[in-house]
Design a protein around this ligand. Structure first.
Ligand code: ACO
Length: 325
């Protein structure tokens, strides 16, 4: 039995925040952000929009694209680091919004979340436990960022992407590689608000309830982890970078993607890039890019596709698949 993507979908909040908009309230400028990251603008969720709202809208589109009845979904997985609440799971809220009877849980692996969730969804279908799994990556990063910290707030944006996984005849999933290196846990962290440092006035005053990242350490980690995991899935699939038709990398920084293209001696246009428009949408970035590439007709049946994630945990990983829709 083969397992593959039946449909893709995504959703982006309407509000656009440009680099110039940011420079009005934080000490930064368009030139710095563009040349260091490639980002030009990002989307910001409306006041009444939370992660489950973005996830739900992306899910509806993926279900429509898959041409299935939503009641066929057996399981909803939401990869997110910006859930609606610590509990309940955002996936349960999405399941209710969809009005379906399905199991639901969240998965926390930061920017690698979608790669982990995709592998989990694949495993449920492959094992025969479930027939159709909705895998969503959704983030409202704007709610967890420190808007006074120019080293992080300029980098991220809000959005959601989703896929429906199910049984297919040919192609689909080939290989997956997942890694965690928790020794780097503090490199990407929200220090307070969990059981280690519960929310208190002191933690709020120290701004410890917001997202923090050691940018240059994570950059070095990314340029090491990215090729390692890609080489692993390519070897598992007995294939080479030359045979890959499209890389769908996590959209953190154009300089990371350029360095990997160079490293694998591949043209940059084999790497799907939309970070200039949306910034880093963490767990949403890969399914969002995948859906755009699909809608733009950049993925053809039989194409070899590699999705690559890296980020908080530290985690990283990739998936090799043959495009099947
Ligand atoms: N505007 C203007 N200047 C700035 C800004 C800003 N927004 N931010 C930092 N600077 C300054 C710094 O203060 C520093 O000044 P100094 O030299 O006077 O001290 C200078 O710019 C250079 O700062 P660096 O941090 O060294 O800049 P760098 O080139 O490393 O770029 C960046 C920073 C963009 C964050 C980069 O390191 C990066 O992309 N890292 C990887 C991020 C990533 O991949 N994250 C993915 C995982 S995230 C997740 O899991 C959710």
């Amino acid at each position: 039995m083969r397992v593959g993507i039946l449909g893709t979908g995504s959703y982006l909040p309407e509000k656009v925040m440009t680099n110039d908009d940011l420079s009005k309230f934080v000490d930064t400028n368009d030139e710095w952000i563009r040349t260091r990251t490639g980002i030009r603008e990002r989307r910001i969720a409306a006041e009444n929009e939370a992660t489950s709202d973005l996830a739900y809208k992306a899910a509806e589109k993926a279900i429509e694209n898959a041409k299935i009845d939503k009641n066929e979904i057996d399981l909803v997985i939401v990869a997110t680091m910006s859930p609606d609440h610590i509990t309940p799971a955002t996936a349960a809220i999405v399941q209710d919004k969809l009005g379906i009877n399905a199991a639901a849980f969240d998965l926390s692996a930061a920017c690698t979340g979608f790669v982990y969730a995709f592998t989990t969804g694949y495993s449920f279908v492959k094992s025969g436990i479930y027939k159709k799994v909705l895998v969503i990556g959704a983030e409202t990063m704007s709610r967890i960022l420190d808007w006074e910290d120019r080293t992080t707030c300029v980098l991220f944006g809000d959005g959601a992407g989703a896929v429906v996984l199910g049984q297919i005849e040919n192609g689909g999933y080939i290989a997956s590689h997942l890694v965690s290196d928790g020794s780097g846990a503090e490199d990407v962290i929200i220090p307070a608000g969990g059981s280690r440092n519960p929310v208190s006035k002191e933690e709020i005053d120290k701004r410890e309830i917001y997202f923090k990242m050691k940018g240059s350490d994570v950059f070095k980690f990314a340029v090491r982890a990215f090729p390692e995991t890609v080489e692993n899935v390519l070897a598992q699939g007995n294939t080479t970078a030359d045979d890959v038709d499209m890389f769908i990398p996590h959209q953190a920084n154009i300089r990371i993607i350029e360095s990997i293209a160079k490293r694998f001696k591949q043209p940059l246009d084999k790497f799907y890039v939309n970070l200039q428009r949306y910034g880093n949408t963490s767990g949403a970035s890969i399914p969002l890019a995948l859906d755009e590439a699909n809608k733009e007709g950049k993925l053809k049946k039989g194409d070899k596709v590699v999705m690559v994630g890296f980020g908080g945990g530290l985690t990283y990983g990739s998936i090799l698949l043959e495009w099947s829709i």
